[in-house]
Write a protein that binds this ligand. Structure first.
Ligand SMILES: [Zn+2]
Length: 449
């Protein structure tokens, strides 16, 4: 049995669990016909003979296919009509676009240039698709494109149709097709290299980091061979992904220890991530005061002599470029903000009676005394003020005003789930657990037997 067949079996097993639409799809000449699953990336050779030989980094993607779509189907080309599709290219203009679409229709071109509803077609950014139906003489019968930048809900579909002796254009609101995608990866050089290889959008990679940031300092804890799996929402329109949504579940194996997270909404959009037992992942304090991002991750995988180490001078020094944002590791209020001699520019935040945190050598302070701050809020930027030999953050975690190594202290968790909520959560968590196990190599072999 080929690998592809095996994967298809798994995918078929997965399908009922996914929210997918079953719209009729018109497949264009060049479109990929494999409409169930596409597999990608992360070092999987498509011709591997036996699933047992596969690396664990297999990626099973859900439904990334429909290339032409319900929309074209609804435009219904008749005999003697042709469907064409093109993407906007950088520096494109209308004549070049119409040429590529095979449209030879000066009347259509001047309508698009002059009609208020049709003109946004000229402003589409590169990569966006334009579909057209033309007759055998290259006359435009209809055209359609999705307007909007993919970042908000303001999406409209532009449809231009031949009407009487001329054309008519209208913009209609669009409905998204929500999907759930699952991907996995293994860290070889950096987190973002791994998420790129698995074709995971940056916004999902960032959520992944945030979800586990109470337990993992992504700037210094990551190891080669760490693995992750992630399930997240996406919104599609006419076969194009227009928005990435929330991570619904994730699993992260760091230095051999696996953490699992499942999103649970408590009141509408309010909610959080919990482990499979319903225990909150969020803790009173983040593990690192530095935000981890594509920009700052450059230094992260390098072993830096002063990165994240507990020092004799009662603090943890984080090496980071000047200007890297510093976050409050917990909710609290600013007790001190200003110059403090050897500490340079410093912010001290009080978290209740017992705890406080201090952030020193800042290039710039972004907090005022007395101000309330939430966990993760930016309070300043990395610098080298005071007694400092180079840009770094000196971080102190204080209990009863005595600096202690936070790695040696058990940090309390946020409130866990109980009662009816816990029951409701268990249903969701077991569904997510099932998906993860289906993605794993062992279950793949079972499915193949
Ligand atoms: Zn220090």
């Amino acid at each position: 049995m080929s690998l592809r067949t095996k994967l298809l079996e798994v995918a078929t097993a997965l399908l009922p669990a996914l929210r997918t639409s079953s719209k009729a799809r018109v497949i264009s000449g060049s479109a990929v016909v494999l409409s169930l699953v596409a597999f990608g990336a992360a070092g999987v050779a498509p011709m591997v003979p036996d699933a047992a030989d596969l690396p664990v980094t297999m990626v099973v993607e859900e439904l990334s296919v429909p290339d032409l779509n319900a929309q074209i189907a609804s435009l219904s080309p008749a005999a003697g009509q042709f469907v064409a599709e093109e993407r906007i290219r950088p520096g494109d203009n209308l004549s070049a676009l119409l040429d590529r679409l095979g449209v030879n229709d000066p009347q259509a071109a001047s309508f698009i240039r002059s009609d208020a509803a049709a003109r946004p077609l000229l402003g589409l950014r590169p990569g966006r698709r334009v579909q057209a139906i033309i007759d055998g003489d290259g006359r435009l019968l209809s055209a359609a494109a999705l307007l909007g930048d993919g970042r908000d809900d303001n999406h409209r579909k532009l449809v231009i149709r031949r009407s009487g002796a001329g054309f008519a254009a209208e913009q209609q609101p669009v409905a998204f097709d929500n999907r759930v995608e699952m991907r996995s990866g293994e860290i070889r050089s950096s987190l973002f290299a791994a998420t790129d290889a698995a074709q995971i959008p940056d916004s999902v990679a960032t959520q992944l980091v945030e979800i586990f940031s109470s337990d993992i300092d992504f700037a210094s804890d990551l190891r080669k061979g760490d693995r992750f799996q992630v399930v997240y929402e996406t919104a599609w329109q006419d076969g194009e992904m227009v928005r990435t949504g929330r991570v619904l579940a994730a699993e992260f194996t760091n230095a051999g220890k696996t953490l699992k997270a499942v999103w649970f909404g408590r009141n509408g959009d309010e909610g959080g991530y919990f482990d499979l037992q319903g225990k909150a992942l969020r803790k009173a304090f983040l593990k690192s005061p530095l935000a981890f991002s594509r920009v700052t991750s450059g230094f992260s995988m390098r072993v830096h002599p002063i990165s994240g180490q507990w020092k004799q001078h009662k603090g943890i020094d984080f090496a980071a470029p000047t200007g890297t944002p510093i976050r409050s590791t917990g909710d609290g209020s600013v007790e001190f903000a200003g110059n403090a001699g050897g500490y340079g520019n410093m912010v001290v935040i009080r978290h209740g009676n017992l705890y406080s945190t201090a952030y020193a050598h800042m290039s710039r302070v972004a907090a005022r005394r007395g101000m309330r701050v939430a966990q993760g809020e930016i309070v300043g930027y990395v610098g080298s003020t005071g007694w400092s030999t180079g840009p770094h953050l000196h971080y102190e975690f204080r209990v009863n005003n005595v600096a202690l190594n936070p790695n040696s202290i058990v940090i309390p968790h946020a409130q866990s789930l109980a009662g009816v909520e816990l029951q409701r959560f268990r249903t969701i968590a077991s569904d997510m657990g099932h998906r993860f196990s289906l993605m794993s190599g062992e279950k793949l072999q079972l499915a193949a037997r």
